[in-house]
Design a protein around this ligand. Structure first.
Ligand code: SF4
Ligand code: SF4
Length: 200
């Protein structure tokens, strides 16, 4: 009897000493991690083209495209993790190479919150695009547009010069042909007059 009591006591004391899942701080340390866990999305605005493919393929409409005041990318994805099913299709379809602009490679424990309904808003992967980066992109786009306009103007001027040269050449050829014809006519007339003189 005494032995059984001591055995039970020992078991209880051991259980107290062991770390228990229910008392773990799961915000800092996950209780478990699935072997197929993909992690939250990591979105790189620097390489995203704004093609919208990730948004179009998402089966649960978890992606919202945030507009940007530049041409490329003119929009960037943000993900509502509260409805995302972590299928990974957005990553699969993303066309950027060698690195995907959207991939499920983020951490896991930061997705755990205190669990209130308001906390659902924390389940978004937001993308903060720095103002300086946008300004830099705008300058690059302006420079590209300026160079494109310059090239177009140059091509137009070259095409006009070529057209004028061809017209001048054609005009000169026509004038030459006209002179040859005139000379030939004059020769024929002269020959005819000489023949008439011989007949008399
Ligand atoms: S992982 Fe799947 S469900 Fe989640 S945002 Fe990407 S495509 Fe949508
Ligand atoms: S993250 Fe990829 S698929 Fe989505 S808009 Fe950007 S480039 Fe396109």
């Amino acid at each position: 009897m005494l032995f059984q009591i001591s055995e039970k006591l020992l078991r209880v004391m051991k259980a107290f000493a062991e770390p228990r899942v229910a008392t773990k701080d799961i915000v800092k340390e996950p209780a478990h991690k699935s072997p197929i866990f993909r992690g939250r999305h990591v979105i790189k605005y620097e390489i995203c083209t704004g093609c919208d493919a990730c948004n179009k393929i998402c089966p649960v409409d978890a992606i919202v495209m945030k507009p940007l005041p530049i041409k490329r990318p003119n929009k960037i994805p943000e993900v509502n993790l509260a409805i995302c099913i972590f299928c990974g299709l957005c990553e699969d379809v993303c066309p950027t190479k060698p690195e995907k602009a959207i991939k499920l490679a983020g951490g896991d424990i930061e997705m755990i919150t205190d669990g209130t309904h308001d906390a659902l808003d924390n389940f978004w992967v937001r993308v903060e695009v720095p103002e300086e980066w946008i300004e830099q992109k705008k300058r690059e786009e302006e420079e590209k547009a300026r160079k494109r306009a310059e090239m177009m103007a140059k091509k137009k001027a070259e095409a006009e010069a070529k057209k004028k040269a061809e017209e001048a050449k054609k005009k000169a050829e026509n004038a030459e042909n006209k002179e040859i014809n005139n000379n030939a006519n004059n020769e024929s007339k002269k020959e005819a007059n000489e023949n008439k003189g011989d007949e008399k």
